[in-house]
Design a protein around this ligand. Structure first.
Ligand SMILES: *Cc1c(COP(=O)(O)O)cnc(C)c1O
Length: 224
């Protein structure tokens, strides 16, 4: 079995200069996360509010925490004070909550908009049409305590790599279109978060700037 530090090295070999690796540490122990931290890793992703709060309290301060799960509006205020990036914002209502809560503490929070690209109905996110309706409405510009840094998406859970590639290509097309039409003069809109343990190589080939990798770094999750 390879160690966490070795796994990170192997994956980082695929991570070119303009790609960031988010180590998805959900359902992993503090010790396990510390192994990655000691190996030099600093960006970690969690998908449960209770868990990210507990881990942040007990782990080093210079960790950059990404929230990668479905965030409920009533839990927003618990994480806005420290979270580095909220990946997967999937409704205007949620954006408005994040804006309201970050305004209260005089902070600007970075967010990615989640786009639904998979075949499955179970994954969250805006459809392409909903995204462009939102962007066209201009309402995002009025949310002063939010910075939209790009898009995020998850491919269908399947062995069919052609389908996965097609879905990533589609997300990249949507990203380029959003960038060119609504964020062309905005230096913050740069991130395209796509790719997990089983598909990050394809995602990078298709233009990902941020991969979210859990089990390939840490092994099987300890609970859940
Ligand atoms: C769990 C999770 C990941 C990581 O999945 P692995 O297959 O373990 O790499 C990435 N993104 C999101 C949104 C997740 O929930």
């Amino acid at each position: 079995m390879t160690t966490i530090s070795e796994n990170l090295k192997i994956i980082n070999n695929f991570v070119t200069q303009n790609v960031k690796l988010v180590a998805v540490s959900k359902a992993q122990s503090l010790d396990t996360i510390m192994d990655a931290y000691t190996a030099g890793h600093r960006i970690f992703g969690e998908n449960k509010v209770q868990e990210i709060l507990l881990k942040r309290e007990r782990l080093p301060d210079d960790i950059l925490w990404h929230f990668i799960g479905h965030l409920q509006t009533n839990k927003v205020k618990q994480i806005v004070s420290f979270v580095d990036l909220i990946q997967g914002v999937d409704s205007l209502k949620l954006l408005e909550y994040i804006n309201k809560e970050s305004k209260k503490i005089n902070r600007t929070v970075k967010c990615l908009l989640q786009i639904h690209i998979a075949d499955e109905m179970t994954k969250f996110g805006f459809s392409e049409e909903e995204l462009f309706e939102l962007l066209k409405s201009g309402v995002i510009n009025s949310l002063e305590n939010i910075t939209i840094c790009g898009l995020m998406g998850m491919a269908t859970f399947t062995d069919n790599t052609q389908q996965i590639r097609k879905e990533f290509k589609n997300l990249k097309r949507i990203f380029d279109s959003a960038k060119n039409n609504y964020f062309f003069d905005n230096d913050n809109f740069t991130e395209l978060s796509m790719g997990m343990s089983d598909d990050f190589k394809i995602a990078i080939e298709e233009g990902s700037t941020m991969i979210r990798v859990g089990s390939s770094i840490f092994g099987l999750r300890k609970y859940n």
